[in-house]
Design a protein around this ligand. Structure first.
Ligand SMILES: Cc1cc2nc3c(=O)[nH]c(=O)nc-3n(C[C@H](O)[C@H](O)[C@H](O)COP(=O)(O)OP(=O)(O)OC[C@H]3O[C@@H](n4cnc5c(N)ncnc54)[C@H](O)[C@@H]3O)c2cc1C
Length: 426
């Protein structure tokens, strides 16, 4: 499903870059310089289209019309950023070779005349895109989330510079009215998207909720209840989905799985982890927050009561399962829910109601119940007579937990294709 979406979108993106091959029509393919010059133009256009797609896929406001699966869209956005950007880098290199200038020409910012001014818009864009690319492709694991995010915002001015760069220089836009039309259309679409994105960040097109209560259930786990301020029907979700929550206009938006939504009351559970979740834990009754969503398709293929389901949750990774078990769980399904301490389990009663004896609780800090291992998992499945054939596995927890459990499941004979996971970071 996820692969299919990526393949279809990949094909669509590829198709939107193909029209630029028309430039080859006028190139003298037997002449090396002519070919390099044309390839320079093509890589510039293809790079821009790639950047625009990247922007669309990274903008929830727009990308939700393509798919609800933000995680797959963001993965594609990331891959386009890492690999598609190589066209952007190839463009000035080929242009320089075609113009017989020295390498320093590529980054020489000067505004001495109209042509140089427009070339320099491209140079500024190139520098900004290089900074973003290095921070994402090479340093993402080494720098913290926020510095990386702020560097990412450089893409806004970079894109504007890219569009301005091609106007009034070169003959391509003048010689091919259709390409000029496409270019202007892309530029105005970008400006419209940017404006919508700003409005979205300001809180427009989102639902306002008021905090009803916030309860600390363990050292760092909280449950929060929020009441919608408009018609309860205005918010819809499917079990396993998540929302983005924003504490104030132009503040950060963070994803949280929906624990439940009934009669206009939305329940979430979270672990106070870093800056945002600590601020969230400090909210008081009556505070207003902005919410957009719901997003995601984690449980979509497993929403069938006749299907036997093995659900494995690690710590706060149980949140997507509460409503799912309530709506689609049966006593044939099996939940293995592991937390470090006894007081960290959320909505225990709600969950155990449906699953009866098939709710296996593991408290890892308790010596009596060992942490989940291959031997333990095998034993649990055997005791409960749970067989891999024809079943689905739903897995959510820390990345480390999911990686370990996934390996165990594969060793126990579960097919990779029936193991569905939800990552709590993009
Ligand atoms: C689909 C999904 C559902 C989630 N559901 C829950 C839940 O039900 N309960 C819960 O406690 N946590 C949930 N999370 C995780 C939660 O969003 C992060 O713990 C939180 O955003 C961390 O922010 P922070 O500032 O407190 O911590 P930080 O220390 O700033 O961030 C910790 C890590 O969280 C990730 N992160 C931070 N901000 C974002 C963001 N805006 N988008 C995506 N990832 C981000 C980054 O990998 C970062 O390194 C979910 C995450 C995702 C992607």
């Amino acid at each position: 499903m996820k692969n299919l979406l990526s393949k279809k979108l990949g094909l669509l993106i590829l198709t939107t870059t193909l029209p630029f091959l028309i430039l080859l029509k006028d190139a003298d393919l037997t002449n090396k310089d002519s070919l390099i010059y044309t390839l320079g133009s093509i890589t510039g256009f293809v790079g821009t289209v790639t950047l625009l797609w990247q922007f669309i896929l990274g903008t929830r406001f727009a990308s939700k019309w393509i798919s609800n699966d933000q995680s797959s869209l963001l993965k594609l956005h990331k891959n386009l950023g890492i690999y598609g950007t190589l066209f952007v880098f190839a463009h000035p290199i080929l242009e320089r070779v075609a113009r017989f200038t020295d390498p320093s020409w590529i980054l020489k910012i000067t505004f001495i005349n109209e042509i140089e001014k427009h070339i320099s818009f491209g140079r500024i864009a190139l520098i900004l895109i290089m900074i973003i690319w290095i921070s994402s492709a090479a340093l993402r694991g080494k720098i913290k989330y926020r510095p990386w995010l702020y560097i990412h915002y450089l893409s806004y001015p970079a894109m504007l510079m890219v569009f301005l760069h091609a106007l009034d220089i070169g003959h391509v836009l003048e010689s091919y009215p259709i390409i000029k039309f496409g270019w202007l259309l892309a530029m105005f679409s970008y400006i419209a998207l940017l404006a919508s994105r700003l409005l979205f960040a300001a809180g427009y097109f989102k639902q306002k909720f008021e905090v009803e209560s916030i309860n600390k259930i363990s050292k760092d786990i909280y449950e929060i209840s929020l009441n919608i301020l408009v018609d309860p029907e205005a918010f819809q979700f499917s079990p396993g989905q998540y929302i983005y929550l924003q504490l104030k206009s132009f503040g950060e938006s963070h994803p949280f799985s929906i624990v439940s939504y009934n009669d206009g009351t939305l329940k979430l559970a979270f672990k106070a982890y870093g800056d945002f979740t600590n601020r969230l834990s400090g909210l008081t009754s009556g505070s207003i927050v902005y919410i957009d969503g719901a997003y995601g398709n984690f449980t979509e293929q497993s929403q069938d009561k006749d299907l036997s389901k093995l659900i494995i949750a690690g710590g706060i990774g149980a949140t997507p399962f509460v409503t799912f078990i309530n709506e689609f769980g049966t006593s044939d399904d099996l939940l293995i829910y592991s937390c470090r301490y006894e007081d960290e389990f959320i909505q225990e009663q709600e969950i155990s109601k449906k699953l009866d004896k098939n709710f296996v609780k593991i408290v890892t800090e308790n010596k009596a119940t060992q942490r989940l291992s291959l031997t333990k998992l095998k034993k649990i499945l055997k005791q409960r007579n749970f067989h891999p054939d024809g079943s689905h596995v739903l897995l959510c927890g820390s990345n480390r937990f999911m990686k370990d459990v996934r390996q165990m499941l594969i060793k126990l004979g579960f097919d990779k294709d029936v193991i569905f996971t939800e990552e709590f970071s993009f």
